[in-house]
Design a protein around this ligand. Structure first.
Ligand SMILES: [Zn+2]
Ligand SMILES: [Zn+2]
Length: 331
């Protein structure tokens, strides 16, 4: 194992494309597992990383935080058997002792480290991960389809939990996270109102196929006020738009890690106890709850598989909105 080399796609500097490189197979340290990667999803956060929109990434870095792999090596103190299938999410490490960690908000830990940002991720044949932050995956979902669950699904689920009591739920940006949230929401009996780019009839049709009651663009008039809206598109001007669409006491939940500036807005849009909030990262509890639910409701991610070497092309397709599902890299 030590002499073998392993292929990865690595970012050296924001603004550059990823370089295809060989490196030694990483060795698992104490508490870590070594996984042979079988699939890794491409997330919009990877684009923000590559575009330099996330502060202080560790460089060079292998992106990718929707990793499915099989345990082929264990560091000291890990309990997973060889051959176990695991998922590696965005949250890769926390301190475990700060006030956030102690109060069930490990997603906000100041010492947190994130996969594919400070820790090498899954755009690679192999990855090492802290076993305590890995998840076991529902057996009914294959590797490629399980990959998008690990960020799009998890962040989507955490965002959705903030809107769990809504009867009418708006979703802005109908991409990887939204198409999974829509399946959870309709399963739970919520009405889904899907907002896409103007004229994107394909995405609107897709939203309706997944059970949305209404699909249109943010310029279209909604038939009813919403109880809550989740914004996945990284577009700040959608915030005042969503505030206008929710009823008094309703919430606007921003589910992305990066968003363009929110324009100034009249206080009257927020008045009436409307709430704007963000959702950051995930906790392990979110992961366990969501993955159990995903297995139970038979969630069906829509994916497009692409060979690992095509990572740069996959990212450009995501940027252009030219993917027919969540892109999943296959080493
Ligand atoms: Zn902490
Ligand atoms: Zn992500």
């Amino acid at each position: 194992m030590t002499s073998a080399s392993s292929l990865c796609m690595r970012l050296h500097r924001p603004g550059e494309t990823l370089a295809m490189e060989r490196r030694p197979v990483p060795a698992p340290g104490p508490g870590q597992v070594l996984l042979k990667v079988s699939a890794c999803g491409v997330c919009r956060t990877d684009l923000h990383l590559i575009d330099g929109e996330l502060p202080e990434p560790r460089l060079p870095i292998v992106p990718g935080h929707e990793i499915v792999g099989t345990v082929i090596g264990c560091g000291e103190g890990t309990h997973y058997g060889l051959g176990t299938r695991l998922g590696v999410p965005w949250l890769g490490h926390t301190c475990g002792t700060c006030d956030f960690c102690a109060s069930g908000q490990e997603n906000l830990c100041d010492q947190a480290q994130f996969t594919g940002y400070q820790l090498d991720g899954g755009y690679a044949e192999h990855v090492v991960a802290d076993a305590r932050y890995c998840f076991q995956l529902p057996e009914t979902i294959d590797d490629a389809h399980a990959a998008p669950l690990l960020c799009a699904g998890l962040i989507g689920y955490r965002s959705w939990r903030m809107a769990e009591s809504a009867k009418r739920l708006g979703i802005y940006g109908f991409g990887a996270a939204a198409h999974l949230v829509a399946q959870v929401a309709t399963h739970k009996g919520q009405e889904v109102y899907a907002f896409t780019r103007a004229g994107d009839v394909t995405a609107q049709r897709f939203a309706k196929q997944l059970g949305a009651s209404w699909a249109g663009s943010s310029d279209d008039r909604l038939p009813v006020p919403l109880d809550a809206a989740i914004i996945f598109a990284p577009i700040g001007p959608l915030v005042p738009h969503a505030l206008k669409a929710v009823r008094k006491g309703g919430s606007v939940i921003c589910g992305g890690i990066h968003m363009s500036d929110i324009p100034s807005l009249p206080y009257s849009l927020l008045w009436g106890e409307r709430v704007i909030r963000s959702v950051a990262n995930l906790t392990r509890r979110d992961g366990m709850e969501f993955l159990a639910l995903a297995g139970e409701i038979g969630i069906r991610p829509s994916i497009e598989t692409i060979p690992l070497a095509g990572a740069n092309e996959a990212l450009e397709k995501l940027r252009a909105g030219a993917l027919s599902g969540a892109a999943v890299l296959i080493p």
